[in-house]
Every structure is written in C-alpha cells, then in structure tokens.
Design a protein around this ligand. Structure first.
Ligand SMILES: Cc1ncc(COP(=O)(O)O)c(C=O)c1O
Length: 447
C-alpha cells in the first residue's frame, strides 16, 4: 500500500439507487437495527482505503472501521490478492485432524508477537465464539484439575459478544434484557474509572475494583477473570489504566484466577501497541482475537492459551477433549487474509500511521470537547466524546447524529450519545480534520 492509497476527499456525482436495494428492504433483517425506525439500509458499492462509495454516488469516510474490523483500509490490494490466490487453491477443509499452510503460518506468526506464554492457538469464527471458547477452556481446565472453580469474574460495562456465554459475561444492558433470566451468573467487578485529574495513587473506583478482585481471589472459587484490556468498546469507549490492569493481573496470578484478555477490539494496534495487553506488565493466560485479525476482510476468531492450559486437556481419556469446533474453523481463505495482514505490518509503516492518527486525536479532540462541553477520552487510534450527563445507549441522538454526519460524508455510529472515531489506518491527518469538522457541525446543528 502506498502512502497515496487513501483518496482525496472530493464528492462524486449522484446516481439513482440501484434496484437491488428494494430486495434488501423487502427481505433482510439487519443486525442491531430497529427495523421500524430505520427501514432502508444504505447501499455500499465499493471501498477503497479509508472511504466507502455509496450506491447513490456519495462517498463516506469510514470513521468506525466498519464495526471496528477494517484495519489497514478497505480493499487493501495485498489482502485482496492473497484471498483470490487462496480461493483458487484450497477454499475450505475440515480442521479436525487436517490442516493447511495458511493456518499453520498464521499460528506461527501470531505466537511470535504475542505476550509471552500464549503459545497455543484455537480457531473459531468471530469474537463471540472466541470468547465462548475461552470460557469453556477455563471451566474445563479446573474440572480437569479437580478443583471446583466455576465462577467467572467480569467487569461492569463489559461487552464480550452476543452468543449466550458471551452475553452472560457481558454487562446486563438493553442488549441482554430479554434473556437476563437465562444467563449464568457472574461476579461483576466495578469498573476502575481512572481519576479525573492526576493523582499519585489509585482513584477510589480503581481501589474498589482491585479490592473486589482480591476478595474474589480469597474465596478460591473463581475460574477466570475476563476483561477488555484498557478499552471497553460497546460499554461506551471507556478507558482504564495500564497500572490497574497490571495490579489486577498480579492479584489474579496470586490467587490462581485465569485471566482472559478479550482483545477482539483492541488487537492489532488500535490502542497504539500491537495488543493492549503489552502496556501492562504481566501476561494473560488466554487471549481472544477477531475483528481486525484478517485485516477486516473475512470472519475469523481465535483463542490463544498457555501450554499449561493446553496440557491440562492431554489425556488418553477422550472425555477430556475440548469438544468445540465450528464448520468453518480455521478457514484457509480467512487464514491467508490474516497472514497477509500481518505481512503488511512487517512491510509498511503501519505504526507510523497509527501514531499519526493518535496525534490528530490529541490535537483536535480536546478543542472539540471544550466547545461542546463533552468529556474526551482517547487511547491510541480511538477517541470518544461523551456528554457530561449521558442518556445511555438508547439515546435517539445516535440515529440523528449518524444520519447528519453521513449526509456530510462521514460514517459514524454513536454509542447512544457517545460519539467516537475508530478509523482504519489508511486515514490521513487531513481525513481526520474533515471528520472533526463534520462532528463539530453536527453537534452545533443539533445543540
Ligand atoms: C471486546 C469484544 N469482544 C467480543 C466481541 C464480539 O465479537 P463479534 O461481534 O465478532 O461476535 C466484540 C464485538 O464488538 C467486542 O468488542
């Protein structure tokens, strides 16, 4: 990808909507969409770099990496070529007892850049299934060890996915409300909000969180602690500090609580380091990955575990197998895309792009926040703006702001009244100036 990969922000001519959009309206039930309020989906014809080209001829800067997946940029030619090549060679094969070069190479490449100790790789299909696998690994690990540890610890405001186990460890919210009675109980740890200003020690919230973890540890019933390291995405782009994570890892280790770093969102550079976990000393026992793993081209989930966990499943007794797998587990085309994405990290100045995005946020974010009386949070390539008093996820601001921004050429999808930018790495400082100016206008128009 050359530096000129992202295109200039000039509008294209308008065309009429294609006829296939009527089929969508008639037949498709869209995710996370109240179909009575948003009846017509917006057609997208193609993507390039940081931009999407809409079916009506407009162009939009993708401010949210198409649900946090697009990593380098849309239609990166190297990944597109790797997919085409692999599709013509081996598109899919059963992964129980069989394997292939893209999966093996991907595992080798990932383990080489992982926090130490995470050296066994289990494939699945998406973030939710990667989380399901991690929970099952922990619970079954303790069963094999003969210890009755069945409790899972998870953070307030957490989000780990939409399947039942992933919902159970996620915060109770409008997403889970219809199912709450059926979700297994977890021990909910208070969110360690950072201090509002510089403080020498831990904030009250941080201390309360660490104390709760310590008390849970003393009970010796906790199987695992699952957390989104340093950035809680769906919970409202909430950030927490590496020093607190570090302390938590130390407590968990002391009390033999397995730690699951859910890096489905934070993996692959989003927080400024390859994995958010790198910013704290101490390593998790498991890590979940998805979203950006294939550069954002194809679905793939992955759960990494230590050899200690893996070894606890080794036995001549077949009942001690990890009975989990999906039809497309380890799909060769997804794996080839993921290998190509990791090669882009090796061949192109990806971290320079990441740092440039972070610098733009730091330069532009505080001014915007002051002007509109918002709280500003930033970690790496992610910046968020929240009203002093938030109305939560169901705030209707989300729909209105999203529509107005798109009308001006920016795709954002606020979490309620928290507006955020999480752009692909092809996004230039000029693109971000445009994004900030657009958000400024939208907020001014709706104030
Ligand atoms: C931290 C985290 N874990 C898990 C998931 C679930 O991933 P998926 O939507 O691919 O199932 C998400 C999705 O947003 C996430 O942010």
């Amino acid at each position: 990808m050359s530096e000129g990969y992202s295109t200039a922000n000039t509008p294209t001519h308008h065309e009429s909507n294609p006829e296939w959009l009527a089929y969508d309206e008639r037949y498709i039930w869209h995710p996370y969409t109240q179909m009575q309020l948003v009846s017509r989906a917006i057609g997208v014809e193609r993507g390039e770099g940081a931009y999407l080209y809409l079916a009506d001829g407009r162009r939009a800067l993708d401010g949210i990496s198409s649900w946090w997946v697009t990593l380098h940029g849309h239609v990166h030619p190297k990944i597109a070529a790797a997919i085409a090549e692999q599709a013509a060679k081996l598109e899919q094969v059963i992964f129980a007892g069989f394997t292939h070069e893209p999966a093996a190479r991907l595992a080798q490449k990932l383990v080489a850049i992982m926090p130490a100790g995470l050296d066994k790789v289990f494939f699945s299909d998406d973030g939710s299934t990667a989380v399901e696998v991690s929970i099952k690994m922990c619970l079954q690990f303790w069963r094999h060890r003969g210890e009755s540890r069945t409790e899972i610890l998870a953070l307030e405001h957490a989000y780990h996915g939409d399947t039942f186990g992933a919902m159970a460890v996620s915060a109770r919210s409008p997403f889970t409300a219809p199912f709450d009675e059926l979700l297994f109980q977890v021990e909910r740890l208070p969110f360690p909000s950072p201090p509002s200003q510089w403080e020498a020690g831990f904030s009250d919230a941080e201390t309360t969180f660490l104390d709760a973890l310590l008390e849970a540890g003393k009970r010796q019933t906790a199987a695992a602690f699952i957390y989104e390291p340093l950035l809680l995405g769906s919970g409202g782009m909430l950030t927490w500090r590496p020093r607190v994570l570090q302390e938590a890892l130390a407590i968990a280790k002391h009390y033999k609580i397995l730690t699951i770093a859910d890096e489905v969102l934070t993996g692959f550079g989003r927080t400024g380091t390859m994995f958010a976990s790198e910013q704290a000393e101490g390593n998790p026992d498991l890590m979940t990955l998805s979203k950006g793993i294939t550069g954002g081209f194809l679905p793939m989930g992955m759960t990494l575990a230590t050899s200690e966990i893996f070894n606890a499943f080794l036995s001549n007794d077949r009942k001690r197998t990890l009975f989990h797998g999906h039809s497309y587990t380890g799909n060769p085309i997804s794996a080839a895309a993921a290998v190509a994405s990791l090669e882009i990290f090796e061949e192109e100045p990806v971290f320079e792009r990441i740092n440039a995005i972070a610098r733009s946020h730091s330069a532009l974010g505080p001014t915007l926040a002051r002007k509109h009386n918002l709280q500003f949070r930033q970690i790496g390539t992610v910046a968020a703006f929240e009203p002093q008093k938030s109305a939560g996820y169901l705030s209707t601001k989300s729909l209105e702001w999203g529509k107005r921004a798109l009308d001006q050429g920016l795709l954002v999808r606020p979490l309620g009244d928290t507006i955020y930018l999480l752009p692909p790495y092809a996004t230039t400082p000029e693109d971000l100036e445009f994004a900030y100016a657009t958000i400024d206008q939208v907020l001014s128009q709706t104030a």
